[in-house]
Design a protein. Sequence first.
Length: 550
Amino acid sequence: MASSDQNSMLIDAGLHAEIAHSNRLNRLLSQWGTKLAATASIIIVLTGTVAIMFHAGLALPLQGQKASASSLRLQDIQVEPDPAEVLQVQLRRLAGSDPVQEYTLHKSAGQIYQNHGRLADASFHFKKAVELARQNEDRAAALVALGTAKLFQGRISESRKQLEKAVLIADHDSVYAVNAIHALANARRDLGHATEAIRLYQQAWDLGLRQGAVDTVQLPRVAADMAEAHARRGQKEKALFWLKEAQNQIAALRRKFIGQHNHEELEEAQVYSLLAATYQQSGQVTRAMEFYHKALLVQVRTLPGTHTDLIATRLGLARAQRDLGDRAEAQRTIAQAELIIRGGAHEGPDLSRCLVLKADLRHEAQDLEGAKTIIKEAIMEQERQFGDEQTPEKAVALNTYGSILHDQAQLNEAHKQYMKALRVNLATVGEWHPETAATYNSLGTLFQDANSLDMAREHFQKCLQIQLASIGEASPGVANTYNNLATIRFRQGEVKEASELLRKALKVLDSADVPSTNPDRAIYLDNLSQVELAVRQGSKVNTRTDEIHA
């Protein structure tokens, strides 16, 4: 794995490359590969006919010599047009005369706009493609594209509707069915419907295998998404099984696309990012870092900086850096991601996701006012993106806001935010979900600080009950709950029970392969040393002065 300095150099290089990213046609065509193959010849012809002329006063090197203003001919100076603008020119020329060609052009324009973060424009063109489609497979492909763009916008319910339509009309003997079911699984995942998402991933996988000619472009992503879904639920063995399947499919991808590096590398990089997230969910953060860097090596070179896949990799990398105890590097990665997002259209929820993580890091650094300002902006961004739609992401932001208010001793305001988060969780992911457990944990810490120890214990027990049922014991979140229960037992005078719970917390971290540099481990060890000292001294605990850290 690269050193910290090397990692920084990699990210810096990617940042500069992204900010200076051009719209050169040949790079875009290689990036989108087969997605634009049907319109490549049209675009290339148009590129030769559309020219933007400079004023004659400019001096440019022509045939190895410096040209003067008087000798410079306007017709000798051309600038490559933006590919999306080229497609728009062609669409205006067609003006309804050729629906088949218009379908292809609208779908291609939508992909271009989506790759550059202009999601409203992308949705417009994909919707036009849906209207123009003459065959079911074309309509299904356009619906999948539209549903995916809506998902990137954060319009998850709209996305689900479009994707359900695609699944209904797609021929189950075609690759479009695999794509549609996989995309629908992603929408259900983002709505917090984990069980249904896993069922759909399995359906997409089985269908892809039954088709005979295995779609090695799609199946690695299906397997990686399945692995992450199981990891989120704490099903480590199943997650590892699907990780292996994803890596096997990557090997098949290499064999199938040998010599076609751009398309192959992009698909492989996306799978690497998903694999990294899965390893991170499983507590294998060092392994996750390796895959995040593998993904970045390709993505910073081949994707626009604002592309949602690249942003997701950056945010995942920042979380991994934080989990390894390198908070400064995590803040640096987040700052770079934010700069890139703000420089683009940022029409989707990427900015709010970035801000929530940034607020978390500021919160951990005890910059409470700074964290509060950031999380309030994140919540405003979510309102702008999601509107009235309830999504699990809103609950995460509200929980973060409540935690900051909590640390500012604004307990009543914190309680309001926690209860809002709980209502959103119950309405989206339901009771038996890790995010719901996290909100119960937050409420437990609030009651603990209000010295309502019985209420705190009740909420921590509820949190633990949900965690054990949803993600299993080998999870850092479970370790945190054991620690929190230990603080209550300690303050209630049950010192030996507190010691046992802290030992469980450390054992869970070991089972989850959490590194020794993780900041939570240091807290649990410090708490355990204080509790064991109290046990050895055999003294009665004074809950007013003897404290361990939640």
